[in-house]
Design a binder for this molecule. Structure first.
Ligand SMILES: NC(=O)c1ccc[n+]([C@@H]2O[C@H](COP(=O)([O-])OP(=O)(O)OC[C@H]3O[C@@H](n4cnc5c(N)ncnc54)[C@H](O)[C@@H]3O)[C@@H](O)[C@H]2O)c1
Length: 333
């Protein structure tokens, strides 16, 4: 009898990582899940997964900034999925050193562990933010990199390290570059949970930043399937390459609020909040994905359109037990 393949996941307790953990288990993997060490012994969103999923998950507390804990995570793994990162753009204005430590040094530690232990596949996580405001649309992987925030710069730095490990050492890295992802469990730092969470908690005047930027929003279960697709595809199809994951759809924040109002059947007033407006040169005004490379290499295609995904997200936030985990009344940096 062959045993199930072992996937090691960093950032497993987070938004996308918890959905990826579920998707990996559903597709027959065992998961070794790194949860960032904390004094509350909190396992984040992993605590909410069903027992039959958790039966296949080994939770280890650790930190990607620590080479030893990354190496222990990767030992014996068939693939490493590296999602751990500091991700908030506004907080990257306040604490840029911590972004370099976590996103760049953390990725270096993952690359070193994968290289030393001969792990057969590493999926490294990039972000569409590395492109900056689109110069041509839809954005292909050949679009120039233009980093408009310390967050984007730290992710681009990590991407370059990943590329260099493939070029220098043949490290079997594939880089997935998700566009904006949304869905159940997302933190209130992002726009969709900010709006849906405020509406679910009874507010009808919604406080937001700039309403003009456009984004390509992908439902989190589709993003998780994209990770799985590049993590399990034949090496010759994906290793050494970067893949966008996005729907190709585009909507402004202002239009998005109107769509959420429709999905949640609520009349909404929107108030712009000065503290949420980003410095002009830092706001990415337009992002829309061309994911045809991913589709050609793996067959991946999104399963949810925006309205369907928003309905699933609204259902999650309307559950009082879920809403109780959030602070809807403050600006979550
Ligand atoms: N959410 C999006 O729209 C989006 C879009 C593109 C790319 N991404 C990327 O996807 C990945 C996951 O993002 P997410 O949206 O799930 O965010 P998230 O904040 O929910 O998840 C990040 C996880 O990393 C963990 N982490 C942070 N510092 C750590 C450290 N030092 N050691 C170990 N773990 C640490 C956090 O505890 C958290 O669980 C990130 O790499 C992010 O850059 C996200």
């Amino acid at each position: 009898m062959t045993s199930a393949p072992l996937a090691a996941v960093t950032g497993a307790e987070g938004f996308i990582g918890s959905h990826l953990t579920e998707a990996l288990v559903a597709s027959g993997h065992r998961v070794r899940a790194m949860v960032q060490y904390n004094s509350f012994s909190s396992y984040g969103w992993l605590e909410t997964l069903p027992a039959e999923v958790l039966d296949q998950v080994e939770i280890v507390l650790g930190d990607v900034r620590d080479p030893g804990s990354v190496r222990a995570l990767a030992e014996g793994a068939d693939a490493v999925y590296h999602l751990a990162a500091l991700i908030a753009i506004p907080y990257s204005y306040q604490a840029p050193h911590s972004y370099v430590d976590t996103n760049i040094t953390g990725t270096l530690n993952v690359l070193e562990a994968v290289r030393a232990l001969d792990v057969p596949r590493l999926v490294h996580t990039s972000t569409s933010e590395t492109y900056g405001t689109a110069r041509t649309v839809p954005i292909t992987e050949d679009h120039p990199i233009h980093t408009q925030s310390p967050y984007a710069a730290s992710k681009a730095g990590a991407d370059r390290l990943a590329d260099s490990y493939h070029a220098s050492f043949d490290t079997p890295v594939v880089t997935l570059r998700p566009f904006n992802t949304y869905g159940p469990r997302q933190s209130m730092r992002a726009v969709i949970p900010t709006v849906i969470g405020q509406v679910a908690s009874g507010a009808r005047t919604i406080t937001l930043g700039d309403l003009r930027p456009t984004r390509d929003f992908t439902f989190v279960e589709d993003t998780a399937r994209a990770f799985l697709a590049v993590g399990t595809a034949p090496a010759e199809a994906v290793v050494g390459r970067t893949f966008n994951a996005g729907t190709g759809g585009e909507i402004s924040v202002g239009e998005l609020v109107r769509l959420i109002a429709k999905v949640m059947d609520a009349d909404l007033d929107v108030r712009e909040d000065a503290q949420r407006i980003r410095p002009a040169g830092s706001e990415v005004m337009r992002l829309v994905a061309d994911a045809s490379r991913l589709r050609a290499a793996t067959g991946w295609a999104p399963g949810y359109d925006l309205e369907q995904g928003l309905a699933r997200t609204a259902e999650f936030f309307r559950d009082p037990a879920h809403l109780a985990r959030y602070k809807t009344g403050i600006y979550n940096v």
